[in-house]
Design a protein around this ligand. Structure first.
Ligand SMILES: *[C@@H]1O[C@H](CO)[C@@H](O)[C@H](O)[C@H]1NC(C)=O
Ligand SMILES: *[C@@H]1O[C@H](CO)[C@@H](O)[C@H](O)[C@H]1NC(C)=O
Ligand SMILES: *[C@@H]1O[C@H](CO)[C@@H](O)[C@H](O)[C@H]1NC(C)=O
Ligand SMILES: *[C@@H]1O[C@H](CO)[C@@H](O)[C@H](O)[C@H]1NC(C)=O
Ligand SMILES: [Cu+2]
Length: 644
């Protein structure tokens, strides 16, 4: 079976995006300047370009260009080469790509977003779709210089073969173009927007630490991507620790500027400089705690190597304090590159009574206590699992202390990933964790992402079987879903774009998953300035049509204390509820997402659910409340702030 998957991956990868010959194609545009006709985008000459009309009058945005390929192709990508004459006027910013078989009926966009304002080639890959017509709609000029659109060349990519994918294996939908490589991401609770960032530059981190970070925000409601340069916190937030705080604000620590911290407040749309950490760090992990404080440990990638012991941020005092009783030594891996890697990307979980459970990537697991000057106790080994750098750990059932761990490799790089999977069960802080070795994944993965779904299943996406940063060579396009009931992994439909080192994935409030990024390596071939949305199988009927979703029509409170009972009204009968804490992720780590299954009391359209009373389980912060019907279909979530 493994060999078969390897064959599918390779053949898919090589055939995925073949440039389609443009002979005989025709093109139509809403406007052109004489001398800069639409046909210039098909002439194979980089020195010519299409330009919308500017004389005698500027023709206003939006603009569009429609290419007729004269016959049906299995289309899966578009490349846009901006004008190459040194002038930037007309570079496309916000855009949409649509397909049609007849030039009359156009489907929902296969891609949208914002291109970076420069003259580099823009590649957008999307789900293979039969089409004869491709339309690129330019909504803005990338630099806001004027109402123009220009393009030197447009190429269409296609696949020689096509089988309509079965929705029983989920569906990859729209591709979202970002003007930066999304290396870190956080779910913003207010509107379900997704905040992403790279470093000081759109496509590289090297040469950073100048106090600047490029961010972008994807807004699913409007289908747009906006961007912003953050300078006021003087913090290059590449390779940071990342946690969502007790009010749902992304709290970013260290990285390229190794002792800086920055907090994003979605309500005021402002970045706030936090206090400097006592220990400078990069590649540490952080965890939000039951009392609202934030713990961090590790991080020898920057700010000096070794002794990156724990420290804690107090929201009330707005300061960091060292925890000498929380040594990093017990959680080090045996990485071939030494301490520089050994304390990277800890699998941390805030738990009862201000404790933190560290599930990996070291084969040894540990408890950290954060009271007073801190404490540490061993929690046992993760069965026979080796050190699993850049694997994933997902708390899919916080009520019962259940964590799924998958994959990773003994070393950070140049190391074979495993297919290993375990379920860890934790109880009282300080006690040995129970570990069950379960069915392996279908695919070995390092640098993958794991995302818990409303029904307790875990979606594992991306990664590669031989861990090499900034390489897509052994990547897999095939995700899998783990089911806690059968304890088995099932492969899903392949995505369009490899997601390896520096990729991200998050659950969105509508029950879909955003999977994006990978790269940030300058002039390399593995920079992915995009993301793609996955719709899990639960969103479809067996005949492939969209499942009818239950709807939460009202909720008695959107801000509750732990232990509170909430009344929820729905438009139709449901059988279960779950709470999932809003996620944040970079470098395979998401210490924020966790799921609380809720058993409702009630029937028809009125139910009550009770939030667990222990803030170690129901960590303070913003949670998504999903209602799930008897067919397993989740509602769109309502956001609930849980506090102590
Ligand atoms: C494309 O441009 C044509 C000509 O101006 C216009 O009629 C059409 O509405 C535009 N389509 C879109 C989707 O923008
Ligand atoms: C046109 O530009 C593309 C992208 O930069 C490049 O790959 C290609 O070689 C160029 N072609 C010519 C004819 O200059
Ligand atoms: C943070 O780092 C800067 C530069 O190395 C240093 O000047 C400053 O004292 C550090 N802050 C703390 C709290 O250690
Ligand atoms: C919580 O932790 C503190 C300090 O470690 C300890 O003294 C206390 O007994 C713990 N409480 C519970 C309920 O475990
Ligand atoms: Cu990195």
């Amino acid at each position: 079976m493994l060999q078969l998957y390897a064959f599918i991956v390779l053949s898919f990868f090589h055939l995925a995006a073949t440039q389609t010959p443009r002979t005989g194609w025709t093109v139509a545009v809403d406007s052109f300047q004489p001398g800069n006709e639409a046909t210039r985008v098909l002439d194979g000459d980089n020195t010519t370009f299409w330009h919308t009309g500017f004389s005698p009058v500027n023709v206003p945005l939006p603009h569009n260009i429609t290419i007729d390929m004269q016959k049906l192709y299995y289309v899966n990508g578009l490349s846009y080469l901006p004008r190459q004459d040194g002038n930037s006027n007309g570079n496309i910013g916000q855009h949409k790509i649509q397909l049609s078989t007849d030039g009359v009926n156009w489907g929902a966009p296969v891609a949208f977003g914002t291109y970076l304002d420069d003259n580099s080639l823009k590649n957008t890959l999307f789900t293979t779709t039969p089409a004869q017509y491709v339309r690129l709609i330019a909504l803005t000029e990338a630099g806001g210089r004027g109402p123009w659109t220009s393009a030197s060349e447009i190429n269409i990519f296609s696949s020689p073969s096509y089988t309509s994918p079965s929705t029983s294996l989920g569906q990859w939908s729209v591709t979202i173009d970002f003007p930066i490589v999304p290396v870190a991401a956080a779910m913003l609770h207010d509107t379900g927007r997704v905040l992403v960032w790279s470093s000081f530059a759109p496509g590289t981190f090297s040469g950073g630490s100048g106090g600047v970070t490029l961010t972008a925000t994807y807004d699913p409601a409007s289908g747009t991507v906006s961007h912003r340069t953050v300078t006021n916190t003087r913090h290059d937030m590449f390779c940071p620790g990342l946690s969502m705080d007790a009010t749902g604000r992304p709290f970013v620590t260290g990285g390229n500027d190794a002792n800086k911290t920055s907090i994003y407040d979605p309500n005021s749309n402002t970045w706030i400089a936090g206090p400097e950490m006592r220990i400078a760090r990069g590649y540490q992990s952080s965890a939000a705690l039951s009392d609202g404080r934030i713990f961090t440990i590790g991080g020898s990638w920057s700010g000096g190597q070794g002794n990156k012991n724990g420290e804690i941020y107090s929201t009330t005092a707005n300061t960091w304090t060292l925890l000498p009783g929380c040594p990093v030594a017990p959680m080090l891996t045996n990485d071939a590159q030494g301490v520089y890697r050994q304390d990277n990307h800890g699998w941390l979980f805030g738990w009862k009574n201000g404790s933190v459970f560290q599930a990996g990537p070291s084969k040894a697991m540990n408890w950290y206590g954060t009271m007073g000057s801190g404490s540490q106790q061993p929690a046992g080994l993760r069965a026979s699992d080796p050190d699993s750098m850049n694997g994933n750990a997902v708390m899919f059932d916080a009520v019962n202390g259940k964590i799924l761990t998958v994959g990773g490799a003994p070393n950070y790089q140049n190391s074979f990933a495993t297919t290993n999977a375990h379920v860890i069960t934790i109880g009282a802080p300080g006690t040995t964790a129970a570990v069950a070795t379960i069915n392996n994944m279908n695919q070995a993965r390092s640098f993958a992402n794991g995302v818990v779904l409303p029904n307790g299943q875990v979606f594992i996406v991306g990664g590669e079987s031989y861990a090499v940063p900034f390489s897509d060579d052994t990547s897999t396009l095939i995700p899998e879903i783990w089911d806690p009931v059968t304890s088995k992994f099932t492969i899903m439909n392949p995505m369009s774009i490899p997601r390896t080192y520096h990729s991200i994935a998050l659950l969105l409030p509508d029950g879909t998953v955003i999977s994006g990024g990978g790269g940030l390596c300058g002039g390399c071939l593995t920079n992915h300035f995009d993301a793609q949305i996955f719709r899990p199988p639960y969103l479809f009927n067996t005949n492939g049509s969209p499942a009818t979703r239950p709807k939460i029509t009202s909720i008695s409170a959107t801000s509750v204390k732990v232990g509170a009972t909430v009344t929820v009204n729905t438009d139709s009968a449901v059988t279960s509820f779950s709470l999932i804490r809003g996620g944040s992720t970079t470098h395979t780590v998401d210490t924020d997402q966790r799921r609380i299954p809720l058993t409702p009391i009630g029937s028809a359209t009125t139910y009550t659910v009770t939030v667990p009373g222990d803030p170690g389980i129901a960590l303070p912060g913003q949670w998504m409340l999903f209602a799930i019907n008897a067919a397993g279909v989740p509602s769109v979530a309502r956001t609930v702030l849980v506090s102590n």
